[in-house]
Design a protein. Structure first.
Lengths: 238, 238
DNA sequence: CGAACGTTTGATCTGTCTCAAAGGTGGTGG
DNA sequence: CCACCACCTTTGAGACAGATCAAACGTTCG
């Protein structure tokens, strides 16, 4: 149990999230502190990992947002998923693993090497759960793109982000910072920025949300979820 | 090394694939044979796993096709990915894992419990690679739905299936069996069956492929890949 | 032979895209 | 403190890819 009763330095959204996935023990705490010694900052728009290149070191995202992205030869761009504090980056466990997607910083971010976890330990469990949730988010993204209309896509994604950020304690009064432009949102949702703009206006008119650059507030997350049939990702009991 | 020089009973597309991912040793071979003792058949359209329910036992798909699918409250359906012989089903390693998607049999299939693999063994590596490829396929699906048009989506998916089936040796003369209707294809590609039909006709007219119920042949896979900018999933060196 | 299932066709409609330009807003330097 | 620039957001008009609805046509198989 590290949450709260530990020196200030290790309190962070990233740790709040990992602690929410599994009750971390002393060993986990030590591994985290050790890894965080090697924290490094990466500027917005810089790549953290490149598709097709070997993964030299899996990372833990400590602060800021990143995204997995794929670029088509003709310039089309598709964001595959967003990575938030506490998310693992490039954690796969076979030798000479290649990154299956590029990971780019959506804001200035801090990352550290992924703390080592012995099989069977709480931290190891937290990683497994994190990976399972990641997969759940990819499936949600597929469903969004394949079968939801523009309006639903936007609400569904914002609800996902709302739920994920709630896990690491950075949602306040149903609002949260989101370092995305309407253009990046569009490239995540398979839409154009013009259409995203119009749909956001409509959502505001209907009172579903408030938007200003870098920040959204959902008026009534539960109600919105009901309205569009959104269900949260669940990967283990309770 | 099991490929080929082993009793007939253990030659199968599923094993060919696993052997292609990592050079399997005697231990792997024995684990596979043991697990296959408990092979069970599942009828087309039956569920192999249900979203939100605990995964009692991870499975190995031995023959036939399955698919991960998500159903929306109003009846919309989205196929998330297809599972082919040699693919793992529900292999995640945290306690009380819940299935993040329903898995349904697209044809009559055979499955067995996932053979046990010790960390560090070839079979374990094969599983890790298989999971990484699975993730790659999900990312490909996201890109298809988000940024490709109808024509490209169809070609891209067929190319993926072509490449995956090549891995387990069931492609002959650039053709392969595919137990999908135009309707199921549509639900995988985020289109309507009517539109899939028209785009398939166009592809045939352009000489890209031949289609008959349950079977496709790609005239020139490499050329088609070039034409639409398709790239195969790669997760490790070589 | 009939029923079930999958494919094909036609006509019309609409959600989203495209292109193009104007309006806001925040930050930086003079 | 103002002027300017870069970056977002907003607006309008028109075009098009793909949806919708409805019906007919083939096959396969019991």
């Amino acid at each position: 149990m590290i949450r709260g009763q530990v020196r200030g330095e290790v309190r962070s959204p990233a740790l709040t999230r990992l602690g929410a996935l599994a009750s971390l023990d002393q060993a986990a705490h030590e591994a985290l502190v050790a890894a965080m010694e090697e924290t490094r900052s990466v500027r917005v728009r810089r790549d953290l990992m490149t598709e097709g290149r070997e993964i030299l070191q899996p990372l833990l995202l400590l602060s800021g947002w990143a995204a997995r992205v794929r670029l088509l030869p003709d310039g089309r761009r598709q964001f595959l998923s967003f990575l938030l504090p506490g998310d693992l980056i490039g954690a796969c466990d076979h030798p000479h693993a290649l990154a299956v997607s590029t990971v780019v910083a959506m804001s200035d971010v801090q990352v550290c090497p992924l703390p080592h976890a012995e099989p069977g330990t709480p931290l190891h469990v937290a990683y497994a759960i994190s990976r399972a949730m990641d997969e759940g988010h990819l499936l949600a993204q597929i469903t969004r793109l394949g079968r939801l209309n523009a309006q639903e896509r936007i609400s569904d994604l914002l609800l996902e982000l709302y739920e994920r950020l709630t896990l690491n304690g950075t949602v306040h009064g149903n609002g949260f910072d989101l370092p995305l432009t309407q253009e990046t949102l569009a490239d995540a949702l398979g839409l154009t920025s013009v259409h995203v703009n119009r749909m956001l206006q409509q959502a505001r008119r209907e009172g579903d949300l408030q938007w200003r650059v870098g920040h959204v507030r959902l008026t009534d997350p539960a109600g919105l979820a009901r309205k569009i049939g959104h269900v949260a990702v669940r990967v283990s009991e309770r």
